[in-house]
Each structure stands twice: as C-alpha cells, then as structure tokens.
Design a protein around this ligand. Sequence first.
Ligand SMILES: C[S@@+](CC[C@H](N)C(=O)[O-])C[C@H]1O[C@@H](n2cnc3c(N)ncnc32)[C@H](O)[C@@H]1O
Length: 282
Amino acid sequence: MIQPLKTVVDDGLLITDIRPHSEQKYERIKYLAEMFASGMKDKWECRVYLDLFSGCGYSRVEGTDRILQNSSLLAMDIAFPFDRYIFCEKDNKKIEALRTRVARGLARAEVKFVTGDSNKTVTEIKSFVPKGSKEYKVLTLCLIDPFRLQDIKFATIEALAQIIIDFVVIIPSYMDANRNQTKYCEPGDNTIDEFLGSSEWRVEWQKVRSKSREFGNFLVSKFDAQMVKLGFHSSKDEGMHLVQLGDKHVKLYHIACYSRNKLGMEFWKRTLKGSAKQLDLF
Ligand SMILES: C[S@@+](CC[C@H](N)C(=O)[O-])C[C@H]1O[C@@H](n2cnc3c(N)ncnc32)[C@H](O)[C@@H]1O
C-alpha cells in the first residue's frame, strides 16, 4: 500500500528545495524500496541499497513549509530495512547533513558514505558492496536519480553491472533531453554519447527525427537498448513509466527498472503496476 509521505520537522541542518511534482517521485521510490526490501529478504542473505545521488536527506516542497525525507531516508524508513546502505553525493555539505540524519538511527544497518562525483568514485563504491558467494548471496538495488543527463555516465552503470544488481533509473527524458535537444545534438556536444556509452545514436536520430519522433522518447529507447546489451531485460514493456504532471500534458521523466533476472523483471513490472494504479499518475 502506498502510504502518504510523512513530514518531518526542520532540524536546522541543510534542506534542499524540490518542486511539488517530486513528491510523486518520492512516493514511488519509497514504494519500490519497500517492496524490493521485503520481497527479497528471505531470498538473499544481504540486500544492499545504493543511492548514487543521495542528496542531504531532507527536502522542502517549494512554496510550502512541508519538509519530507528524500530518497536516502525514505529507503531507510521501511518495514524491513536493507542490510547495508551506500550513499554517494558530490556535494560535501549535503553528505554531511545526511550523515548526521542517518546517525539518528532510522535503521539498524551498516551505512557507508562516499563523497565525490559518483562517476569517479565508482571503484570505492563497489568496494563497499560485500562479496557474495553461494552461501552468502548479495543483491544490490541501485537508485540513479540525476538532475541532468550529464550527471550520469553509462560507463558508471557498466562498472556497477559487474555485480548482482538491479537498477531503478530516473531518466530526465523530457525535463532535460527534450528541452535541450538542440544543444545536445550539436556535433561537439558529448552529453548523450556519455549518457548512452555510445555515439551511434546520432546516425539513427538523423533517420527518425523527421518522422516527428520526440527526442526524449528516442533517448529512452536507446538507453534501454544499451541496458539490454549489458544483459538486463528490456524495461520498455511495462517496466518503464513516463511521469507527467497531473493534467497528463506535461511530460517530465521516465522511471525505468532493470534486472537481469526474468523473475526480477516480473517483480518490477508488478511493483510498478501496483504503484501506478494507486497513484494514478501514468
Ligand atoms: C535530483 S537530486 C536527487 C537527490 C535525492 N535522490 C532526492 O531524493 O532528492 C541529485 C543529487 O545528486 C547530486 N549529484 C549530481 N551529480 C552528481 C554526481 N555526478 N555524483 C554524485 N552526486 C551528484 C546533487 O548534488 C544532488 O544532491
């Protein structure tokens, strides 16, 4: 069941502003983390939650005095918390605020913090994921929640994909890709090349752009194809949702789930379907 997000009180530490529509994203993240952590608890000896873009822990909804837990704390404040949490954030002030908030003890789990650009600290991040074995199976859920496409490089996903891992990826398909299409399609701009880990998209985009295909939508299908090349099941068929503003006209971003396991993918589809029904967003 999707529960309304609880509000928290101002604790005097850093709080970042979010747009009102981000509340919908938070509800979804909490639901997915909750379902994953409880659904996997009897199947895996160690469940790891990895947040590549952790933020500071608290967010204020713009234009209101509502303060909410962000993805990091939402993923801790669940019925069956993960066994280990890894929080990564490039902004030192944000990670210090998060560290203080985590120290208050929402979950009895091991917590690691990694400061810096997640694309550069990926080796350190991986070193914090316990080594798995036949007797000690380790499954990681990684949330990728960037502001902009340039914040995440496909090479980082590729490096993390060497372990047993499922991904939940917020793809800023319309908020960023569609809006900045002209800039990203300029010959010298490598934002999309790095996001997709390939420059092949340019030739294909030239072929389809005249057929009134939207760039945001095109990008998502290319990203999905790149994940398939890494051995993940495609998310296109029910494993992915376009998040729009309430009136269903303003497209914002896609949320996509990836697993290499067929059952894992079924799990994600059902989870997404369940939350979509309840939220009536998509
Ligand atoms: C869209 S916010 C998401 C924050 C958080 N997940 C939430 O629930 O609100 C992105 C966060 O990632 C951080 N960030 C951006 N690029 C990053 C990078 N390359 N490596 C690590 N952190 C990054 C930003 O400082 C910001 O706090």
